[in-house]
Design a protein. Sequence first.
Length: 143
Amino acid sequence: MLMRTDPFRELDRLTQQLMGPGTWSRPSAMPMDAYRDGDEFVVAFDLPGVSADAIDIDVERNMLTVKAERRPAARAEGVQMELSERPLGVFSRQIMLADTLDTEHIKADYDAGVLTLRIPIAERAKPRKISIGVGAGHREISG
């Protein structure tokens, strides 16, 4: 039998039990990191124990929605659970994406329990030089 000595972990576990697992109408949050890497915006979600076919990614206008479901592991008959701390149920996260991102070309990879989305920066959002013609009231400026 396993013994626990961390009272804060026990409090977290009891809170999770009271709130219950996430459902499709009331999903739990999932942790994420977001950063810019060159010409891409990268978002990484922690989804340990979730199979790739249980992840749903949608983009509607500029709203990115990621939903995932961690299902209970199949157990042989007669197995008695001694400790269950890994959260089950539905997890979801919504992110409002800027207009400067190209939502038509999002790439998604799932490896070692981490879902990574790479969203290119739109060409119209990248800095560019504007030249001004010379003559007939035009002059050339580079900046």
